[in-house]
Design a protein around this ligand. Structure first.
Ligand SMILES: Nc1ncnc2c1ncn2[C@@H]1O[C@H](COP(=O)(O)OP(=O)(O)OP(=O)(O)O)[C@@H](O)[C@H]1O
Ligand SMILES: [Mg+2]
Length: 234
């Protein structure tokens, strides 16, 4: 469904050239849950940004659902991103000035196909229910705990029913208990059929994914099948 073939990414500044990714090839099938781990600076976020159509690869081919998306214009990339990609960041990136409900509804407002108010309400409420936060819809994000804010960010990523959910260090800003709860939610979403690619430093969380990819200095060290049961986080 999602195919990366020989992806390279080179960042160039005036004095410096950084080869962040080297010949990355990766296939993500529908329903996959893949973890990407590796040391700081090895290229994990860069890989996720390319998959999320935020960054463009320097060379290589990237396709989603059989369509080559390697060399889109910025506008085309933005439209496809809104259609296919749900992104969750370490730092939540929620807007504190508006309610949880409005944060989750935001991606729907950027759709080319306009939805009615009641369609928006239905989608937002169903996503808030999925993450267990229906009772916090009218709060603002800064009135919630870190774990709750990350669950709002996950609801916002799911509201467009994306082809793939891309998650970068979802537990990085959380204490271990909230981190476990967020990971439990991600495992549940996988069991319900959501396709997920997740970057994590934590080997316990990386092991929860049936497919695990390791990056080292921008190179892929292979995919392994998980030996762990999925719902092991307690
Ligand atoms: N916009 C940029 N301009 C120049 N170099 C960059 C840029 N973004 C990333 N890099 C470089 O590319 C390499 C990979 O960075 P990346 O952020 O993907 O690492 P990471 O594996 O996500 O690290 P961390 O675990 O610390 O988040 C690093 O050497 C980084 O300095
Ligand atoms: Mg990173």
């Amino acid at each position: 469904m999602i195919v990366l073939k020989n992806i390279n990414k080179v960042f160039e500044t005036e004095e410096l050239q950084t080869h962040a990714l080297r010949n990355i090839s990766l296939v993500v099938d529908q329903g996959d849950f893949i973890s990407i781990s590796g040391p700081s600076g090895c290229g994990k976020s860069t890989l996720l940004s390319i998959m999320g159509l935020i960054e463009r690869a320097t060379s290589g081919v990237y396709s989603i659902g059989g369509h080559d998306v390697t060399s889109l214009t910025l506008d085309q990339a933005a439209e496809l991103r809104n259609e296919h990609i749900g992104f969750v960041f370490q730092s939540f990136n929620l807007i504190d000035e508006i309610s949880v409900f409005d944060n989750v509804a935001l991606p729907l407002k950027y759709r080319s196909k306009k939805l009615t108010k009641s369609e928006i309400k239905q989608s937002v409420e169903s996503c808030l229910q999925k993450v267990g936060l229906s009772h916090r819809a009218q709060h603002t994000p800064n009135q919630l705990s870190g774990g709750q804010q990350q669950r709002v960010a996950i609801a916002r990523a799911l509201v467009t029913e994306p082809t793939i959910l891309l998650v970068d260090e979802p537990t990085g800003n959380l204490d271990s208990k909230s981190g476990d709860q967020v990971m439990q939610l991600i495992a549940e979403l996988h069991q319900q059929g959501t396709t997920i690619c997740m970057v994590t430093h934590d080997p316990r969380y990386a092991d929860m994914a049936p497919k695990q990819v390791k990056l080292f200095d921008g190179e892929l060290l292979g995919t392994v099948a998980s030996t762990q049961p999925l719902d092991q986080s307690a």
